[in-house]
Each structure stands twice: as C-alpha cells, then as structure tokens.
Design a binder for this molecule. Structure first.
Ligand SMILES: C[S@@+](CC[C@H](N)C(=O)[O-])C[C@H]1O[C@@H](n2cnc3c(N)ncnc32)[C@H](O)[C@@H]1O
Length: 321
C-alpha cells in the first residue's frame, strides 16, 4: 500500500504540538526523530543500554513525519498544518525555521523501519521495557518486564519524559494505589504502575489509535483486570459517573505526561480527583514552562514535593494539601 508522507523539520520544543496537529489532521501514523533522543550523552545509571544510531540532526532540532492515505490531498493538509505551526510562536513555543517536504512511500518502509532501533531498555532499578519481538531474560526476580508494541502510539520509553515518569512512579508507588494515567499513549505508564504494585489504573487518551494500542499492550502484559482504558478528553470521562471506570474517586495518584500547555488546562480537575495527601506527577514539561506550571500547581492548592529532570524536560511531583 502507498502512503503520502509529509516531513516537517522543526525544533524539539515544538515536536509534541506538531505531532498532535498531524494526528488531528487524520495522519495514520507519526514518527519523530529528535537530536535529543539520539545524539546526547546517554544516562546509563540504571544500566540502560542503547542501540540507536547517532544521526545528523542538529542539536535542539527534530524531524517529524506524518503518514496519510494515498487519496488524501496533501496540499490541503499542508495548508491546515502550516498556520497552526506558525501560531505556536504566539504561545511562546519556537518551532524554529520550519521546512516541509512531501512524497509518496511504501507502507513497509515506515511501519516497521523504527523497530530495528527499539531494543530492551532498563529504565529504572526495577523496570525494563521489552519490545514484543525481542528475546530478553530478566537479570533477577525483582526486575519487572513491560512487554510493549507501541505501534503508532507515543510511548516506547526512549523519550526522556516517559522514562522520567517511570522512574518517578517507581519512587512514589508503595503498593495498592488506584491511579489515573492521563494521555496514556501506548499504555506504558499504566502498565509500569501496575507492575510496580498499583492496584488498578484508569488509563485515558483522546486519540483512538492510542486507546487501541494501550488495550493491546495491556493484553500483552495480561493486565486486562487491572487496567481500564477509556477514550477521554483529559478527565472528562469522570463527569459521567460511569460505573465501569475500575477505580473509586478520589484516587491516591494521577500521572500525566502531556505538554505543559495541556497540563495547564486541567490542574483543578486533577486536584478534585485526588484524595487529600494524594500525588500528582505532572510531566512532559519543557524547561521554559517550569515557572508557569509551578505557579499554576500552587494556585490550585498543591505543594511541590519534588521536581525531577531529564535533559531539558521536567516532571513535578505535587501533593494535594
Ligand atoms: C507525550 S504522549 C505520552 C504517552 C505515554 N503516557 C508516555 O508517557 O510515553 C501524550 C499523550 O497524550 C494524549 N493526549 C493529548 N491531548 C490529550 C487530551 N486532551 N486528552 C487525553 N489525552 C490527550 C496524546 O494522544 C498522547 O498519547
């Protein structure tokens, strides 16, 4: 099958917003290559091993590719995306000097090409992410394996925000918690949380591709009884008093690995969903948004227990007073 490929050269800072624009325009898949995830010195403090090649993407820049069905009019897609990318500048996100390329490709070229770079990855003391197509033996009984085939959803664990969240979950989860994972993508954080001892996770995503990927990964890990996955715009699903959510409100822990601009939209809703003393791990925050997110968390009634960092990204560990 043939697909239309649009390539957008931009900054690392704009990657998540632009990939959302591509999804919203109907992309059947989005791939991202950042200088940050490939070229920087890598953290090996947890024994992580990396098998991704270096590339020649300049520091701070990224290449995003979106794939659309052969019959889609790509000029119209480009004219939808371009003004939205330019508008990012007014939100203080600099997409840099943006370049666009269009071409037609064969499905096999893009659907499987990334798999050769995705290898077992020890992300924390106790968690290892294992692609379903790789063989891997845990080094000890304490090592928990997350089986993963992310498909086209975000969340392989190689992005600093995902590994930062998994390490933070490892230090926060004591066992028996009910958890909400907002923007679950491949379901990686929900699966990690259960493997670390959480009792049940409600995993939410707006993107139907992510919802089906999270369902498949939950099944691959045999956790269908302990993870409930719903399509939802942020926490809107909680308003419907749906009896099939698998958790009881308020919960002890909420984790969200979404861009700061989106985190800012639902801090009050997270506050309401948490029990007093409950924890909010708010991640996906680029360093230039630290102050604005910290101010908003405090204004909502949270106290900041900790700020964790990886490369230029950070995660807040906030406690409901
Ligand atoms: C950066 S990815 C994180 C994926 C995964 N949790 C991880 O840590 O790797 C952000 C996810 O948030 C989802 N998302 C974006 N806006 C959302 C919204 N308004 N409501 C729910 N999910 C949303 C995206 O579809 C995407 O899967």
């Amino acid at each position: 099958m043939l697909w239309n490929e649009i390539t957008i050269h931009t900054s690392e800072e704009a990657v998540e917003m632009i990939s959302n624009f591509l999804h919203e325009a109907g992309a059947g898949g989005v791939s991202i290559e950042e200088s940050g995830s490939l070229n920087k010195p890598r953290d090996t403090s947890y024994g992580q091993w990396y098998d991704r090649p270096l590339n020649d993407i300049p520091e701070g820049q990224a290449i995003i590719k979106g794939y659309f069905a052969e019959e889609v009019d790509m000029d119209s897609i480009r004219s939808q995306i371009e003004p939205r990318v330019e508008q990012l500048r007014t939100f203080d996100i600099d997409p840099g000097e943006v370049k666009y390329e269009l071409k037609t490709v064969n499905e096999d070229d893009w659907a499987n090409a990334w798999k050769q770079y995705f290898k077992p990855l020890r992300v924390s003391d106790r968690l290892t992410i294992k692609p379903t197509w790789e063989d891997y033996e845990p080094a000890s009984e304490d090592e928990k394996i997350i089986e993963l085939d992310p498909g086209m959803a975000f969340g392989t664990g190689t992005h600093p925000t995902t590994s930062l969240c998994l390490r933070t979950l490892e230090s926060v989860i004591k066992g028996g918690e009910e958890v909400i994972d907002v923007g679950t993508g491949s379901g990686i954080l929900a699966i990690g949380a259960v493997k670390l001892g959480a009792k049940h996770v409600l995993a939410l995503d707006l993107d139907p591709v992510a919802v089906s990927s999270a369902r498949e990964n939950t099944r691959l890990n045999g956790l269908e009884e302990r993870i409930t996955i719903k399509e939802s715009d942020l926490l809107s699903v909680l308003n419907a008093s749906d009896p099939t959510l698998g958790i009881q409100l308020p919960v002890k822990l909420v984790v969200a690995n979404i861009l700061a601009e989106i985190i800012l939209l639902f801090i009050d809703d997270v506050y309401k969903a948490l029990e007093p003393g409950g924890t909010y791990i708010a991640s996906g925050i680029w360093k230039n948004k630290e102050e604005v997110v910290e101010t908003a968390l405090k204004a909502a009634g949270f106290e900041i227990a900790e700020i964790r960092r990886d490369e230029d990204w950070l995660a807040f560990v906030a406690r409901k007073r």
